[in-house]
Design a protein around this ligand. Structure first.
Ligand code: ADP
Ligand code: NI
Length: 201
């Protein structure tokens, strides 16, 4: 078994109890996105990109109570990966810069951040947003607000040209979705006005 295959098995086990937006399938999509972006970035270290993508949510504070990237480190140490510190740096740059609006300093961190952001937009991004809203008891309209607050901004926040171009189609799809959503909900409001609910019902 290669280190990559072992990392895939490790995250599948780690995320077994999670559903919706943060399951092992999210990690696998981020990994695939990262490999695609890396194809257009010949200077990047592919091993760091691949392992940082696979382990990028392994110590996410929303999911795990670990300190100092304990889950990622446990895997990397068990497999004697030599670039552990650079991989951990890339993983931490993804969430750190999300919180503070800073761009990851390394190319590998930038690629994994872009890969993670691509999974927050497009059809998958729409599905994840509503899965998140459902888990948190939010209305559909509250989740629509998240598109305007965050998801529609991501296209212009990509670090790499490859991710920018991958984001275009996904962004356009979200705009279409929002147009259709507005159309359907507006007509529902109009019909309610024409035919108000029975006050005695
Ligand atoms: P990750 O850690 O993978 O970058 P997050 O934990 O920030 O992702 O978010 C997980 C998913 O939930 C994303 O698809 C994100 O768009 C969605 N999400 C986060 N906050 C909200 C919110 N307030 N409303 C709807 N969706 C949200
Ligand atoms: Ni993620």
């Amino acid at each position: 078994m290669t280190t990559i295959e072992a990392a895939i098995a490790y995250v599948e086990k780690l995320f077994r109890n999670n559903s919706g937006g943060h399951d092992a399938a999210h990690t696998m999509r981020v990994y695939q996105n990262a490999l695609r972006i890396a194809q257009s970035a010949p200077d990047c270290d592919r091993e760091i990109v691949a392992l940082a993508a696979l382990l990028h949510d392994a110590d996410d504070h929303k999911l795990f109570r670990t300190e100092n990237n304990a889950n990622a480190r446990a895997f990397l140490n068990a497999h004697s990966v030599e670039k552990t510190e650079r991989i951990i740096e890339a993983i931490n740059a993804v969430s750190f810069s999300q919180n503070r609006g800073r761009r990851p300093e390394t190319l590998e961190g930038q690629i994994v951040q872009d890969a993670d952001r691509l999974d927050a937009i497009g059809a998958v991004g729409i599905a994840r947003a509503f899965a998140f809203g459902g888990e948190h008891g939010r209305s559909l309209n509250d989740t629509i607000q998240h598109f305007h607050d965050k998801l529609l901004l991501l296209k212009n926040e990509m670090n790499t040209p490859a991710a920018q171009s991958l984001a275009e189609e996904r962004h356009a799809y979200m705009l279409d979705f929002l147009t259709q959503f507005t159309k359907e909900t507006e007509s529902a409001r109009r019909e309610a006005f024409i035919c108000p609910p029975d006050k005695n019902a």
